[in-house]
Design a protein around this ligand. Sequence first.
Ligand code: S3P
Length: 429
Amino acid sequence: MSHVQFEYTSPRLEGEVMVPGDKSISHRSIIFGSISHGTTKVTNFLDGEDCLRTIAAFRKMGVRIEKEGSTVLVHGNGLEGLKKPGEAIDFGNSGTTTRLMLGLLSGLPFETTIFGDASLTKRPMNRVVDPLRKMGASIYGEADGNFLPITIHGGALQGITYRLPVKSAQVKSAVLLAGLLAEGETVVQEETETRNHTEVMLQAFGADLKQTEKGIAVTSKGNLTACDVEVPGDISSAAFFLIAGALVPGSKVTLKNVGLNHSRTGVLDVLKQMGASITVANERTTGGEKIGDLTIQYTALKGTTIEGNVIPRLIDEIPILALLATQADGKTVIKDAEELKVKETDRIEAVCKNLQALGADVTATEDGMVINGPSRLTGGTISSYMDHRIAMMGAIAALITEAPVKMDEKDSINISYPTFFDDLEAILQ
Ligand code: S3P
């Protein structure tokens, strides 16, 4: 593999970026559009590889989906309109597609085989397979169904009450989707808030879903009805430029139209805790999701502790927050984040090895890392680990390193942010 090199002679950032649509919400718009009756128009859909996998999966199950750029029309014929796919379905790198579809496919009256790329094949599926089996699902795969490829013999399901043992919105969503097909009520209980896009959107599509004393309750009562979705900008993508603005002296960056759902804004809480200057403007709500414009201005920051309930609210932003912590004054401790080990790669290892290679003082721990700042970043050779968020962290690091950053590849950014480098160029002064 030939390396790519990042070198920025004048790294100051100024200007506005309209980040692409939210990955989680884009996936859900296709899934719920496909299982409802009528045409769902999705605007600002994320044209990234993961979300395209979700579209491809439903097309294989007979749903007509038209796409022109970031506008998508999903012609749903209800749950009963889904047909057995003619061949096994490739979910590529997409954990969200896999876990949510496991929930849905468990209750559909046909057999499906699903597989993925090398990274996805290593990611644990028992977190969704276990509760789905409790509902009556027949799931077969490597290591008793923990790893892809997996075959699902869809059939009758029973509602359950399930307390999430992992802080995962993917698991919650898989069980709720199965609950849409199950007999009786399905209740999911979570100790810590995880992203709630499934609940918000299912309600907009008319599902019988309620937040009750017992937990999030759903039944199979009634049909879902098509509902247009305006996808907010992805705060997990915005985080790269927000933090770039906080890293490079003299910078001022505005991110337009960013999703500000409380279950996703942990990164803003931590930035403020570190002393960052952030303002929010033009707040509004669309389809139950809050949106606004974020402006950040460079200012010196201090280290902090990131732990507990905030972790699921910023889990995907930890790689870029770790880079920021190398420039903050004092110690930053990240804990309770063992989930990082089962993302697209082991992100504790990937972040620590890369930051160490660039000259930072970082130590990996069992459930996070400890970073002492500020430290001079020299530059050097790193790996993306074929993980989109690690690749973007590497490119942003080069804004503040003394020598260039070399990385083994950069195309993995296409998973969640295909226009990342264009957007970066546009605000470089
Ligand atoms: C997602 C949930 C999170 C997140 C992932 C998207 C979702 O994963 O890391 O990028 O869309 O539900 P977990 O549910 O495994 O924490």
